[in-house]
Structure formats: structure tokens, C-alpha cells
Ligand binder design. Structure first.
Ligand SMILES: CC(C)(COP(=O)(O)OP(=O)(O)OC[C@H]1O[C@@H](n2cnc3c(N)ncnc32)[C@H](O)[C@@H]1OP(=O)(O)O)[C@@H](O)C(=O)NCCC(=O)NCCS
Length: 212
């Protein structure tokens, strides 16, 4: 059965999420994408949305007021902002959708939490736990026995080695590497192209090679 779906956030990742939905539907009709909601869409994002042929339905309150039991997915790239939206929507009747692009590679014993989006070219190997509302961007890789906490963002082409823990709310920048058996704390930021060689404290920002 095809289920109604709303994307929260009309920005870049929100529209990339629409690509994931379209790719899933091209294999088997699964989602009826009703449109987007966004509390403060920029003019340029409104233009880009219109160019894609999608409607801005209104703010997040519109989702709350929808009579049908639409699923939703939060396409907001910033982990902190995404968590705030999820907290707001949590008490409603709507259910987070979990979206995995057909061109992502998901190995054995991988669990994926609700609201998570996994993009094309992402590769997750074996025995991996992915939390709720996680974003795994294009071509990010996640090695064996790793845990990604809720609201983690792995930006494009980032590489998480085996046996790592990426704490809830953390962002790993584009092209960054986390070496094996390391812990990135909660709400931490790993800069673009960094190489993490030791544990990262909760809330810390590290950058460079080696990352400090
Ligand atoms: C590391 C990061 C979080 C720092 O952000 P910030 O605190 O706003 O940093 P600023 O832009 O003010 O730069 C501060 C200094 O760090 C340097 N810097 C910024 N990002 C860096 C990075 N990734 N690696 C090395 N140095 C970096 C800047 O050149 C600047 O150096 P200076 O003080 O010598 O001039 C951010 O630059 C980053 O890499 N975020 C990841 C972004 C990403 O993945 N984007 C892709 C989205 S799909």
C-alpha cells in the first residue's frame, strides 16, 4: 500500500530526501510524497522546490493538523535543529518514515531506527546499529560493529571505521575519517576532511589531520 509522506525542511537535504523517495518509488510505489513543510523557507529554497514540482504545504503546524496519518521524515541537516523538530512532532499522531536509497549497500545485522535517511552510495557493512533520525549522506561508509546514535549526521564521503561509537547528535563533516575503535562524543562536530585518531569529547569540535 502506498503511504502518504511529508518531508520536513525544504533545504538541501530535504530535497535530497525527495530523491531518495523517488528512487524507492521507481522500484516499487511506496510513498505518496504530499510535499514539504518548513517554518522559515528561504526564497531560494522555495524556488528550488517549485522547480522540482513540489509544494510547500505550510509550516510544521500544517503537518500536525493533517487529518490523514501521513508519515514524515525530517530533512534538516543540522543535528540539533533536527532533534528540536523531532521533539515537537513526537507527541503527534504521525509516524517517522525510514528511507533507504536502493543504491545504498546495507550489510548483515544492520538495524536502522525510525526517521533515518540513508542516501545513494552509502555503505554500511555488518553488525551496525543506526539510531533514530540519522542522516547518512551519499557515499558515507560505516564499518563493522559500529553504533550511530540518534540524530547523527554523516556528511558525504565520511568514513567511520569498525567498532566506533558516534554519539547522539554528532556531525561528521564531509570527507572526514574516524579510525577504528574510537568514540565520538554526543553533540560533537568533526570538521570536513579531519582524521580522528583519538576519542572526541562530548560537545567538542575537532578538525585537521590528526584532528584536534
Ligand atoms: C570544523 C568546522 C565545524 C569549523 O566551523 P567554524 O567554527 O565555523 O570555523 P570557521 O569557519 O570560523 O574557521 C575557524 C578556523 O578553522 C579553519 N577551519 C575551518 N574548517 C576547517 C576544517 N574542516 N579543517 C581545517 N581547518 C578548518 C578555518 O580556516 C579557520 O582558520 P583560521 O582561524 O586560521 O582562519 C567547519 O568548518 C566544518 O568543517 N564543518 C563541516 C561542514 C561540512 O561537512 N559541510 C558539508 C555539508 S554537506
Amino acid at each position: 500500500m502506498v503511504e502518504p509522506l511529508v518531508i520536513v525542511g525544504a533545504g538541501g537535504f530535504g530535497r535530497e530526501t525527495a530523491d531518495v523517495v523517488e528512487a524507492i518509488n521507481a522500484i516499487a510505489p511506496t510513498w505518496e510524497l504530499l510535499g514539504f513543510v518548513d517554518d522559515a523557507p528561504s526564497d531560494v529554497n522555495l524556488e528550488r522546490l517549485a522547480a522540482r514540482g513540489y509544494d510547500l504545504l505550510g509550516g510544521t503546524d500544517h503537518l500536525v493538523s493533517l487529518d490523514n496519518c501521513a508519515h514524515y521524515v525530517i530533512g534538516v541537516g543540522c543535528p540539533r535543529a533536527r532533534r528540536a523538530v523531532a521533539d515537537r512532532l513526537r507527541c503527534g499522531r504521525h509516524v517517522p518514515a525510514t528511507l533507504v536509497h536502493p543504491a545504498a549497500t546495507i550489510g548483515s545485522a544492520v538495524s536502522i531506527g525510525e526517521g533515518t535517511v540513508i542516501c545513494a552510495g552509502a555503505r554500511l557493512t555488518t553488525n551496525i546499529a543506526v539510531g533514530r533520525h540519522v542522516h547518512v549522506n551519499p557515499s558515507a561508509t560505516v564499518g563493522h560493529d559500529t553504533t550511530l546514535g540518534d540524530f547523527v549526521s554523516l556528511n558525504p564521503a565520511s568514513s567511520i571505521s569498525g567498532d566506533c561509537v558516534i554519539g547522539a547528535g554528532s556531525l561528521v563533516g564531509v570527507g572526514a575519517v574516524v579510525l577504528n575503535q574510537l568514540r565520538v562524543g554526543e553533540d560533537a562536530t568533526v570538521g570536513a576532511s579531519a582524521c580522528v585518531v583519538r576519542d572526541v569529547l562530548d560537545g567538542a569540535t575537532v578538525k585537521g589531520v590528526p584532528a584536534r
